[in-house]
Design a protein around this ligand. Sequence first.
Ligand code: UDP
Length: 477
Amino acid sequence: SPQSASLHVAVLPSPGMGHIIPLLNLASRLAADHGCHVSFLNITAEATAAQNQLLGSHDLPPTLHVIDIPPADVSTQLAEDTPAFTRLCHIAEDNLVSLKSVLLDLGKPNAVIIDIFCTQAFEVCEELSIPVYTFFTASAALFAFSLYLPIMDREIDGEFVDLPEPVRVPGCSPIRTEDLILQVTNRKMDEYKWYLHHSSRLPKAAGIFLNTWEDFEPVTVKAIRENPFYHQIPTPPIYPIGPLTKETEPISESGAKCLEWLDNQPPESVLFVALGSGGMLTTAQLAEVAWGLALSGQRFVWVVRAPSDEDPTASFFSVGGDVNDAKTFLPEGFVERTKEVGHLVPSWAPQAAVLRHRSTGGFWSHCGWNSTLESMSHGVPMIAWPLYAEQRMNATVLAEEVGVAVKPAVDPGRGIVPREEIKRVVRLVIEGKEGKAMRQKARGLKESAAKALNGGGGSSFDSLSRVVKEWKGTVKA
Ligand code: UDP
């Protein structure tokens, strides 16, 4: 209705597809289901082809507008080998100097929803008297850890990874030190300082949206609500509103070919291999993965990228586009040998559509949170292959607590997963009885996710509705 359309919300993601995708989904829901006028602020500096394709799509609801933030005049010069996370924080910092004027030009939205790594918005919005909400794009478990991190930083000397015991955030499952998020494994690094900086500002938000749902992480959600350390760190109200992931997307030529190939395969027979927007393998590991897939004899779709021996996140700022000739870096003979059962996709696949496809039977994933949610939303069991950020934590929970994933074992001598082990887990997921049990659990989660998002009383839908109602109460008609 025209009256409710007067509620104007700005949504500000950090750079990187793992942030843009869930925030765009939230923005679309606010526009399409909750009668909001939404401005989606797009940091254009260092935008990837995948980002441009998604945000240039014509499928967005009519009351959602993508507002480009022009690249900053001056930007920090970073060394080539700066880790993706530090780069992301610098891009946000440099390019949000214009945030105040952007918000003023938009006529001061009624609320701003930010990604956790855009916390400079707090001061700007305070000046403009606009309430700020944070959308935390990872698990509730990581949220609890991040909220608690400033206490650990104060009370613990030395490195967290050297602690003799797992880290215990009050009320939550213990986190093994080897599963800690990469950004906190070396407290002297810039990455740690950035992570701590943004985490310590979480309590400034008027509310926190979590990309999870009540029945997926019930213990953690309860722990955060009851927050036993609130006298040290107060928690803003939390709203589990997920799983918000990609539903539709523009399909590229290579994406269309991939879906067509899937159309011709038997139900639940194909393993989808994709490592998120940034994930890469080392040269040695890539060869083992290739031969492991070949030896398994199973069908697969593989989003294959050139290997990187230095940085497992090397493609984070370059994904998308179809420039990637797999023949130049895959082991000789592999393409020939697997041409009946395998389909290779360069750089970027329409992941949501692949996971939804009836031929897809398993997902070999780096366990990024969006990939995890997408896999669960479609009832697909996983091979957990964590690479960076908080993925080891996700992998452990999925394999050991939820029971929807298998973790391949690393050969400690070589530091990689050998082909025989890869063959084993691929067969296990696609045709083994463990795979069947995992698929059963994943299907249960698919149902519970759909229920949470349902407009007729779903917990996630209602959570978001409640906030929108509060906002509407503040808008003068
Ligand atoms: N994605 C995709 N095609 C690809 C790789 C990734 O569509 O080939 C999407 C995927 O569906 C997910 C997002 O990119 O929505 C990746 O987010 P995630 O949190 O899993 O990992 P990140 O890229 O942030 O590490």
